[in-house]
Design a protein around this ligand. Structure first.
Ligand code: CTP
Length: 401
C-alpha cells in the first residue's frame, strides 16, 4: 500500500515551488493529497496540483453541497505524514494555537501524523518573538522544522526566510517515512511518570517526575509503527488517545504490570521515576497530626533488576536521575542493572529534567559508546533515543546470552 502524504500549501510567493515538491513526492510512489489555504489559491491554482498528483485538491472554503462535508477528517485519515510547504507565519501561528478556521489548519488539528513545516516568510516576521514562540511550541509537540534558509527573498530583502530547497525537503520526507516504519511489528513497553507510595488514605510519598520524557518516547515509538504499552504512574502531561496506557501508581503495581507483559515484548524502556521506598504499614485511616511522625520505610523491588531474571532477547533501556557525578553514576547503573543502554539525566538543573520541556542527557551504550546530544525539546530527544533503540533491535546481549 502506498504511503499517504498530505501537502499543505499556504500563501507565500514560494507556493509555486510546492508544485515541484508534489510531483517529486508522487514520483517517489507516495499518494499525495494537496490542501491549500485561500491565499495559496490566489498564487497557484488547485488545477496544477490536481494534474501533478492525480488527486483532487482540498481547497480552503466550505465544501459544496453534494461533496464530502468533512474533508479535513477524510483527508487526514490514514495519512503517514503532513508536509506544510511553504508554511507562512499565519499557518504556523494558527497550528501552534489550535486555531482551525480552514481546511489546512483543521487537518493539522485532526491528524495524528507527524508534521514537517518548511517556513517561508520575510526575515523580520520570522525573527519576531511570537513567531519563534509558535515554532518552539510546535517543536515541543513533535513538529519538525526544515529551514528557512538565507537568500534573496521575494520582497527583495536579503536574509533568513527563504523556503528550503525542494531537494532538502525531500530528504526529510524520505527520512520520516523510512523512520516511521522501523519499529513495525515490535512490542515496546515504556514506563513513565512518578510512583506514589501511600502513607495513609490521603497522603503519599512521591517525586517530581512529570512523565513528559516517557510520554514523548511512547509517542515516538507509536509513530514509528511499534505496538506500545505505556505503564504510567502520576503524569503531568497530555497523553494522546492513540496511546495504550495502563495506570500503576506504586512501584509494586508497576512491577506487576511490567512483569506480566515483559516476556512478550521486544523492548522495555524504563523512563518512570520509581520510588525507592514504600511505607511498611500503610495506615487504614488518616494519620492524625502529632508532634512528630516516624515513617518506617521498606525498599521497593527494583523493576529493572527483576526483569533481568526474566530476560531472553529483550532490549532493556534504563534512565538515571542524578544530581551529582551523573555520567559516572549512570555507567555504574548500566552495569549493575545489566542494561543495553542508559539515558543519564542531571535532574539538579532547572532548565532540563523533571517537569521541563527540554532535556539534555548523555546516552551510554553497553558497548561503551557515549553520545551527548544538544539540549533539545523532549519530543526531539525521544527521536534520538528511539534511533538508538532501533540500532539495538533485534538485539543480542553483549555478554552473549
Ligand atoms: N528503577 C526500577 N525500579 C526501581 C527503581 C528504579 O526499575 N524500584 C529504574 C528506573 O526506572 C530507571 C533506573 O532504574 O530506569 C534508575 O533509576 P534511578 O532512580 O536513577 O536509580 P536507582 O536505581 O533508584 O538508584 P538511586 O536512587 O540510588 O540513584
Amino acid at each position: 500500500m502506498k504511503d499517504k502524504v498530505i501537502l499543505g500549501v499556504s500563501g507565500s510567493i514560494s507556493a509555486y515551488k510546492a508544485a515541484d515538491l508534489s510531483m517529486r513526492m508522487k514520483e517517489m510512489g507516495l499518494e499525495v493529497h494537496v490542501v491549500m489555504t485561500a491565499a495559496a489559491e490566489k498564487l497557484i491554482t488547485p488545477l496544477t496540483f490536481e494534474a501533478l498528483t492525480g488527486n483532487p485538491v482540498t481547497c480552503s472554503g466550505m465544501p459544496e453541497p453534494g461533496k464530502d462535508p468533512m474533508p479535513h477528517i477524510t483527508v487526514s485519515r490514514g495519512a503517514s505524514l503532513v508536509v506544510v510547504a511553504p508554511a507562512t507565519a499565519n499557518v504556523i501561528g494558527k497550528a501552534a494555537n489550535g486555531i482551525a478556521d480552514d481546511s489546512l489548519t483543521s487537518i493539522l488539528l485532526a491528524s495524528n501524523a507527524r508534521v514537517i513545516f518548511a517556513p517561508a516568510m520575510n526575515t523580520e516576521m520570522y525573527n519576531k518573538p511570537v513567531v519563534q514562540e509558535n515554532i518552539k511550541k510546535l517543536q515541543d509537540q513533535g513538529g519538525f522544522f526544515i529551514g528557512p534558509t538565507t537568500g534573496t527573498l521575494a520582497c527583495g530583502d536579503e536574509g533568513l526566510g527563504k523556503l528550503s530547497d525542494v531537494d532538502d525537503i525531500m530528504v526529510v520526507v524520505k527520512k520520516f517515512l523510512r523512520l516511521k516504519r522501523d519499529l513495525a511489528g515490535k512490542k515496546i513497553i515504556v514506563s513513565a511518570g512518578g510512583t506514589r507510595e501511600p502513607i495513609d488514605p490521603v497522603r503519599f510519598l512521591g517525586n517530581r517526575s512529570s512523565g513528559k520524557m516517557g510520554v514523548a518516547i511512547a509517542n515516538e515509538a507509536v509513530k514509528r509503527g511499534a505496538d506500545v504499552t505505556m505503564i504510567a504512574g502520576a503524569l503531568e502531561t497530555h497523553v494522546s488517545d492513540d496511546l495504550e496506557v495502563i495506570r500503576a501508581f506504586t512501584a509494586d503495581a508497576m512491577l506487576e504490570e511490567i512483569e506480566s507483559r515483559f516476556p512478550g515484548c521486544h523492548c522495555l524502556i524504563m523512563a518512570a521515576a520509581v520510588g525507592d521506598y514504600k511505607v511498611r504499614n500503610v495506615a487504614n485511616n488518616k494519620i492524625k497530626k502529632m508532634d512528630s511522625l516516624l515513617l518506617d520505610l521498606e525498599k521497593n523491588t527494583d523493576i529493572l533488576s527483576q526483569m533481568e531474571k526474566l530476560r531472553k532477547e529483550q532490549i532493556v533501556v534504563g534512565f538515571a536521575a542524578e544530581t551529582e557525578r551523573a555520567v559516572e553514576n549512570g555507567k555504574e547503573k548500566l552495569l549493575k542493572k545489566n542494561l543495553h543502554m542508559i539515558v543519564v539525566n542531571d535532574v539538579s538543573r532547572k532548565d532540563i529534567g523533571f517537569g521541563a520541556d527540554d532535556n539534555e542527557v548523555t546516552i551510554i551504550m553497553r558497548s561503551g559508546d557515549e553520545i551527548t546530544p544538544n539540549k533539545v525539546p523532549k519530543a526531539e530527544l525521544a527521536e534520538i533515543i528511539i534511533d538508538k533503540v532501533v540500532e539495538l533491535l533485534p538485539g543480542k546481549f553483549v555478554d552473549g546470552r
